[in-house]
Write a new protein. Sequence first.
Length: 95
Amino acid sequence: MNTLSKIARFLGTIGLMTVIAGAGVIGLGLGVKLARPDRTVVSLMGDGGFGMTVSELGTAVEHSLPLVILVWNNDRLGAIHDNMVTHAIQPNAAD
């Protein structure tokens, strides 16, 4: 489990908000907010994941969906890096 997942799991257990973490979570956050407009939705992602999904902010604006987005500057594509390490592959082009 990567650092972002650990933080999300901790924040989610306090029950004050819905926390999602990882790649593509802006889009997931939109769906969660539409399903649960009463909840604060926090999308937690690394800088690489944010760069890949930043265009989804336009959808949030179009539909007036308030999202909290926290970007973790880990200077890498964390999920890809961690997956390579897990499978004993020398990380390449993930930093």
